[in-house]
Design a protein around this ligand. Structure first.
Ligand code: SIN
Length: 293
């Protein structure tokens, strides 16, 4: 029987708090198991991986994404989204408008720091974002290491969040738009969303990370609105003041995968005159986020 050849890949860390480039891999070709194991380990080690210069159609994007696990469906779009979904597992993120109709979601606005779909009981473990068409400037995506955010929390805050959980708002997306099927206003108690611990144990690394989802409309369950807001403001101020960030400046053909369990991401605004089209998949996680011991 012929021996399986493993492709030699080069793993080049960004030098920042997270992220690495994987060089020497054509994702449109078949990837043997040993090579994929090396990619998976690099992803566990660096939390965000970038593969430049790829040429992927939707089938190939889905096929590569499925190496990481079964896929979730794309999230519910904003109310009155004019675009129709062609592939339920691909989220189309775009500012392009054709004959008055947006071809994708999230438009030109800034996207706040967030973890994808953490308003679900079973949030995805990974997202893969592919640059189909990217502008020369704008729309940079920033990634944040939530292990480091937890590890550098003052001891007082680590003790304070022990045993506390947060409700993650399901009603608005990361640009603040109301999703289809939800009301304009809710109380913290009534707002639809999932409840997850503020400090979670990563199921693969065993390390503890903060688990914040996004700031708008978050609520620390059981606290008064004012006490919840004060605690969340303190946690987010800690994140905002930390240096644990890496910025992805997109080129067409970039494929980026991030670990959604221990990273945040946000996006810069876009110039409406410059086209940007991204296709994203979400890899399902089989389990709820678990509180750190
Ligand atoms: C996302 O939040 O997944 C989209 C990020 C981006 O458009 O760069």
């Amino acid at each position: 029987m012929a021996a399986t050849m493993t492709k030699a890949i080069e793993i080049v860390p960004t030098g920042g708090a997270l992220g690495a480039d994987i060089r020497g891999l054509d994702l449109s070709a078949d990837i043997d198991d040993a090579t994929f194991r090396a990619v998976y380990k690099a992803w566990n080690d660096h939390l965000v991986l970038r593969f430049r210069g790829q040429s992927l159609d939707d089938d190939r994007l889905v096929e590569f994404s499925r190496r990481f696990g079964d896929l979730d469906m794309a999230p519910i779009g904003a109310k009155d989204s004019p675009f129709s979904r062609q592939r339920p597992e691909i989220a189309v993120i775009s500012n392009i408008v054709v004959e008055g109709k947006a071809i994708g979601g999230l438009g030109n606005s800034e996207l706040v720091w967030h973890q994808d779909m953490s308003y679900n009981d079973l949030p995805p473990k990974a997202s893969l974002l592919y640059g189909v068409e990217t502008p020369p400037v704008g729309g940079e995506t920033f990634f944040y290491n939530l292990y480091s955010a937890f590890e550098t929390l003052p001891e007082r805050l680590k003790a304070r969040i022990q045993g506390l959980s947060c409700k993650h708002d399901a009603t608005r997306n990361s640009s603040g738009q109301l999703r289809q099927g939800f009301e304009e206003r809710y109380s913290n108690q009534d707002r639809p969303g999932a409840v997850h611990p503020l400090a979670v144990r990563h199921p693969e690394s065993g390390r503890t990370s903060l688990y914040l989802g996004r700031r708008p409309n978050a609520w620390v369950v059981g606290l008064s609105d004012a006490d919840s807001a004060a605690l969340l403001d303190e946690l987010w101020a800690h994140v905002e003041s930390g240096p644990f960030v890496w910025a992805q400046e997109w080129r067409q053909g970039d494929l980026v995968i991030w670990d959604n369990r221990c990273t945040l991401h946000r996006r810069n605004t876009l110039d409406p005159s410059l086209r940007r089209l991204m296709h994203r998949t979400q890899v399902r996680d089989g389990a709820r986020p678990v509180a750190s011991a």
